[in-house]
Design a protein around this ligand. Structure first.
Ligand SMILES: N[C@@H](CCC(=O)N[C@@H](CS)C(=O)NCC(=O)O)C(=O)O
Length: 364
């Protein structure tokens, strides 16, 4: 093999995250569509799991999980790093990656599967991905079948008839906050993208920009966010700098405040459920979901499954915070003191860590 292969789909959230990264870094790659045959012959045998995207590197290493793939490539191609050197910037970048990857999936999935226009589009796209050579009719039927588990995931993520208005209210408020930010800055932390930009582009591209109904909504409500999406998917490779002196724009404060108000309590409860799980299970392996969590968006309560993977993402943030020296920690805390709940959650020790082993999650 001579080139890295990205195996994924245009319709997939996390494939979009990785594709934007590879383009910004100017890492040459070939994109292979994750058809049914590719799932059977490559994805499952090489990774042991059925997630996309996966990466087969030019020297034939198979990798899954966008965060791990990005970190693998950051080692191999350290120039134009997407991790800021500044302590505060780096932490904010990691927080926003966790928010995009693990929380904005809620509005992304809601808008894709609750609106007829988006649903029809996504089903056809699922069919096109699975069977690229089938007729449009066949693709629609295949898409309908293949998309069932995804459309059916809404209740597990905590999307219900009762909280849909709150999810939409929160998403539109977040979009307007982000619009105000991108009116002033091309990317989150200056004029080059950081890991946080790649976390956010996952939900904000494939679902919330590319699906037709959500795309119109974004163009109308938040044209600067739509312009950022276009910069992310068609970047000027390897250009730009982060803001000087470890500055973090205040326009990110409302976004972080929303993250800690909504996702913060879920993160906290996930840590505690993982710790409880560890005391009552000898086996180190972790299922995908280990329980249920009550949470609130815009004051409306709902329940979702507890995903220990969220803790794995959070550990990266906590590690970044707890490894800071005293001066960096106090400077970072000064900024984060404007975000209710942030410093206390970041200072909470992780009782039982989780690790990724062979693309599955396990207790440490
Ligand atoms: N954290 C993983 C998430 C990957 C993921 O959930 N991908 C979706 C498609 S965008 C998927 O394959 N879902 C299949 C499933 O949930 O079973 C990553 O960053 O790669």
């Amino acid at each position: 093999m001579t080139q890295h292969q990205l195996i994924g789909a245009e319709v997939s959230l996390y494939t979009g995250k990785l594709r934007c990264y590879l383009k910004y870094k100017n890492i040459p790659f070939e994109e292979v569509i994750a058809s049914k045959e590719v799932f059977r012959d490559v994805i499952l045998p090489r990774t042991g799991v059925s997630y996309i995207p996966i990466m087969i590197t030019e020297d034939d290493v198979a990798l899954q999980d966008t965060t791990e793939i990005i970190d693998f490539f950051e080692q191999r191609y350290p120039e134009h790093s997407i991790y800021p050197a500044g302590a505060c910037q780096k932490l904010i970048a990691l927080l926003l990656e966790t928010y995009g990857d693990e929380w904005l999936v809620i509005p992304a999935m809601h808008y894709r599967w609750s609106f007829e226009e988006n649903r029809e589009f996504a089903m056809a796209e699922f069919g096109r991905t699975s069977a690229p050579n089938a007729s449009a009719e066949e693709q629609q039927a295949i898409g309908q079948a293949n998309s069932k588990p995804f459309a059916g995931a809404l209740p597990r993520l905590g999307v219900t008839a009762e909280n849909i208005p709150a999810i939409e209210k929160s998403y539109l408020a977040m979009l307007s906050d982000l619009d105000a930010h991108f009116q002033q800055h091309p990317f989150l932390l200056g004029n080059k993208p950081c890991i946080g930009d790649f976390g956010l582009i996952g939900p904000l591209y494939a679902h919330l920009y590319r699906d037709p109904y959500s795309g119109r909504l974004m163009e109308e409500r938040a044209p600067h966010v739509a312009a950022w999406v276009k910069r992310m998917i068609d970047p000027e490779p390897q250009t730009g700098e982060f803001l000087p002196d470890d500055q973090v724009p205040e326009t990110l404060l409302p976004i972080l405040a929303r993250m800690f108000a909504e996702q913060g309590p879920v993160l906290q409860e996930t840590l505690s459920q993982v710790a409880n799980w560890a005391t009552s299970h000898d086996d180190k392996s972790l299922p995908r979901a280990i329980g249920e969590i009550a949470f609130a968006i815009e004051g409306v309560e709902a329940t979702r499954l507890t995903f220990p993977y969220m803790q794995w993402m959070w550990q990266r943030c906590v590690d970044a915070y707890q490894q800071l020296n005293a001066a960096e920690q106090s400077q970072t805390a000064e900024f984060l003191n404007n975000v209710p709940g942030a410093v206390s959650l970041l200072s909470t020790p992780i009782e039982h860590r989780v690790v990724r082993k062979n693309n599955k999650l396990a207790l440490a």
